[in-house]
Design a binder for this molecule. Structure first.
Ligand code: ATP
Ligand code: MG
Length: 571
């Protein structure tokens, strides 16, 4: 018989394939067994949950193998980047719970990269091409037919050097020239067909201002930056698999330049790729997220329907739940589409452990306890979190006039209806057992008030209070409450995989993804809660005060329901 030790589950878990590769490298003594990773966002948008997957990997590997993970802003395209994005990226990573070693910028290496490019030209390994982008594209060939060499490919090295210098002046016209590596126009790997190293951009850079007029391309900046920093494992997503040989090739050139070419195991970053996170009913492409924001199809990057980390934070997702979700889906070598319901389940799981239970009535109807003394109030003890005793209790005021959910009453109820109906008893949570005696209707037949009598000996916590009643209802005192606005969200897109859909993505948006309810009544204790505090509206779901919430006008976002009702509706 085998005995398993329950609380050591982290230790027992098998390694993911990246961890296996890292452990092999350590066993071989590569890079002096040093582990250094980086998370390399381009500051051209906000982080989304896909980035969180990369963050968990990059920081996770460093943490697990006692290395370091640095943050590096891949800021090589000034036309799309700015400091607002930098600030928010820092904030989101901290919120997720990770700590970086250093903060670097690819722009820190512009001078070094320039010198490297000059060296490449001098070696005869790079040239300035004065053709248009279209001409260059036409000559690329296909994976099965070789490309056509540029007429500038064999121009004298001095000419390329002079033009490269010119590319970095304000006189250079954007698009008029590029610097290309002279590699192999027939290589089956298209990235080897004289890849572009530099292009002219005149937009001022968010850090280097107008110092540069020409900027390195991703392939000529990323691996090199890894090398300069001493990264040992450069972990990225699968679309970079075909870039890897070029990544390695440029590192070879760099090692040639600095004279460490023979040292294959020393300071040589290794690129490893894993599958991107794709989630159902949303998009992860920054371009599309930009469109949603720019066209005001959402309220901003932090709209609670967005897959961004700031959107999820605002909605009430906890960082722990996002990390747990990412851990549960794992890392593979093939792309897939993950069900957003799994993320919501992880959110529910975590919030159950941490959320403070409060009372809120979303669709109120008046309940009068006819035998309760006029003017009397009682302060009832309400447990903040039955899962966590240390969270203590708070007080909720009970009185003769209460609000309950309209759905919790039925005049002619079927047998299995264990909520309020004439002649039956229910418990009012944290208060008394009451028996419904009737209801009052308006001329149109709508119920406007329900009446009940309470049993003074049934107060929660008292001896004899434990008489069995089947239903327990939440309530709010109609003399002690605040009116609140509730924002409920549905899927942002109405199709499961909007990224794979050929229709215009505007047509795929769910027109009904936001419901606003301004007639919700919450207990005063809940109305004081701030953004960042996790709440459970009892029997309804998890909620969080919105950033717009004020004492006069409380606003709550519905984070997620208590159960996955959405799955059922769509069966
Ligand atoms: P886009 O292509 O939409 O502009 P990006 O992937 O280029 O976004 P970056 O800021 O360059 O955005 O990404 C930083 C890191 O996050 C990269 O290593 C990238 O591979 C990773 N990443 C981005 N999106 C995802 C995703 N959906 N799943 C996992 N990792 C991702
Ligand atoms: Mg990118």
């Amino acid at each position: 018989m085998t005995v398993t030790v329950e609380n050591n589950s982290d230790e027992k878990k098998s390694l993911n394939f990246v961890e296996q590769l890292v452990e092999e490298d350590i066993a071989e003594g590569k890079n002096g067994k040093r582990i250094q990773t980086r998370f390399p966002p381009e500051p051209n948008g906000y982080l989304h949950i896909g980035h969180a997957k990369a963050i968990c990997m990059d920081f996770g590997i460093a943490e697990k193998y006692k290395g370091v993970c640095n943050l590096r802003f891949d800021d090589t395209n000034p036309s799309k980047e700015n400091n607002e994005y930098v600030e928010n990226i820092l904030n989101d990573i901290s919120w997720l719970g990770f700590k970086w070693g250093n903060i670097y910028y690819a722009s820190d290496y512009f001078e070094k990269l320039w010198q490297f490019a000059v060296w490449m030209i001098r070696q005869g390994n790079a040239y300035v091409d004065e053709q248009t982008a279209e001409q260059i594209a036409e000559q690329k060939g296909t994976p099965t037919t070789p490309g056509t060499p540029s007429p500038y490919r064999n121009r004298p090295m001095e000419e390329s050097l002079a033009l490269f210098n010119k590319m970095n002046t304000t006189d250079a016209v954007e698009g008029s020239m590029v610097l290309r590596a002279k590699l192999d126009m027939a290589n089956p790997n298209m990235h080897f067909r004289d890849p572009i190293m530099y292009r002219i951009i005149h937009t001022p850079h968010h850090r280097t201002g107008t110092k540069w007029n020409c900027y390195p391309m991703y392939d000529f900046a990323h691996g090199q930056s890894d090398y300069f920093e001493g990264v040992t494992h450069s972990i990225c997503t699968l679309e970079f698999v075909p870039h890897r040989p070029l990544y390695d090739k440029f590192i070879d050139f760099l090692k040639d330049m600095d004279g460490t070419a023979g040292n294959l195991n020393d300071n040589r970053p290794r690129q490893i790729e894993f599958n991107r996170l794709n989630l159902t009913y949303t998009v992860m492409s920054k371009r599309k997220l930009h469109t949603l924001v720019d066209e005001q199809l959402v309220s901003g990057w932090d709209d609670p329907r967005m897959p961004t980390l700031c959107g999820m934070r605002r909605r009430g997702y906890s960082p722990e739940s996002i990390r747990r979700f990412i851990d549960s889906i794992g890392y593979t070598k093939f792309d897939a589409l993950n069900d957003v319901a799994l993320l919501e389940a992880a959110v529910r799981d975590d919030l159950n452990k941490i959320a403070c239970r409060v009372s809120a009535v979303l669709n109120p109807v008046k309940l009068v306890i006819t035998n309760y003394p006029d003017g009397l109030t009682e302060e009832m003890e309400a447990v903040n979190n039955p899962e966590k005793e240390a969270d203590g209790t708070h007080r909720i005021t009970f009185s003769k006039h209460l609000w309950i959910e309209r759905d919790d009453f039925m005049e002619d109820a079927p047998k299995k209806f264990f909520r309020m109906t004439p002649e039956k008893e229910v418990r009012l949570k944290n208060a008394y057992i009451v028996k419904c005696t009737g209801c009052t209707k308006d001329a149109a037949g709508n119920i406007i008030e329900i009446q009940a009598e309470y049993d003074p000996d049934s107060k929660s916590g008292m001896d004899g209070a434990n008489r069995k009643v089947k239903g327990t209802l939440h309530w709010v005192s109609a003399d002690h409450y605040k009116r609140a606005e509730i924002r409920e969200y549905d899927r942002l897109f109405s199709v499961e995989n909007p990224s794979a859909d050929e229709r215009d993505f505007h047509d795929l948006l769910n027109p009904d993804s936001l419901h606003v309810n301004r007639e919700c009544y919450v207990e005063n204790y809940a109305a004081d809660k701030k953004a960042g505090e996790y709440l459970q509206f009892q029997r309804i779901g998890y909620f969080m005060a919105d950033l717009d919430s004020t004492a006069e006008h409380p606003v709550f976002n519905k984070t997620v329901g208590l159960k996955d009702t959405w799955a059922k509706q769509n069966k």
